[in-house]
Design a protein around this ligand. Structure first.
Ligand code: MN3
Length: 203
């Protein structure tokens, strides 16, 4: 049988409480240890079932399993990016710098306009989803994802994502998603986003 590499939760570079006062410790703990863990478990389970199907040659459940892989795999990838995109509120520098700042200014006019467009687009995602800054076809673009099992733009390199599923903010913000997004910007780890952008430029 195929040797499977088990997926696991990424290590956080901060404590649950370090995102306060913008994102509360209880939300981060539940989000990371329950919701993200659920995607990791679902992905591992789906990969086991697919390995079994390859072994037995029985692909009668392949449609279901590919959907499971897409749902849990995208959830795992996006959450991993979301955690890495944040840092403790004490260490957050507030704005990007260097090549990323230049690229943002040339694409959006200014960092403020970028922030406005990102926040506006993310606030109106229908139901559960994500706001995303990506690098694609030589430019920065803001995308939104309503169902993360559906790919929105092939080839886009994700740089920054904001989780707007209710579990990401409901305990502290209830229905005030826009306020959560505004405050989330206070814990963005711009060093991480800049490093991802530098890597995307090279490839
Ligand atoms: Mn989430």
């Amino acid at each position: 049988m195929e040797k499977l590499v088990k997926h696991s939760l990424p290590k956080l570079s901060y404590e649950y409480k370090d995102l306060e006062p913008y994102i509360d410790a209880q939300t981060v703990e539940l989000h990371y240890s329950k919701h993200h863990q659920g995607y990791v478990d679902g992905l591992n389970k789906a990969e086991e079932s697919l390995a079994k199907a390859r072994e037995t040659g029985d692909f009668t459940s392949v449609k279901h399993l590919k959907r499971e892989i897409a749902f849990h795999g995208s959830g795992h990838t996006l959450h991993t990016l979301y955690w890495a995109n944040m840092c403790s509120s004490k260490n957050a520098k507030g704005t990007p710098s260097g090549d990323l700042l230049k690229a943002i200014e040339s694409r959006f006019g200014s960092f403020d306009v970028f922030k406005k467009e990102f926040s506006a687009a993310t606030a109106v995602v229908e139901g559960s989803g994500w706001g995303l800054l990506v690098y694609v076809n030589g430019v920065l673009e803001i995308l939104t994802i309503e169902k993360h099992q559906n790919i929105t733009q092939i080839g886009a390199v994700p740089l920054l994502t904001c989780d707007v599923w209710e579990h990401a903010y409901y305990l502290k913000y209830q229905n005030r998603r826009a306020e959560y997004i505004t405050n989330w910007f206070n814990v963005v780890n711009w060093d991480d986003v800049e490093a991802r952008f530098a890597k995307a430029l090279k490839n």
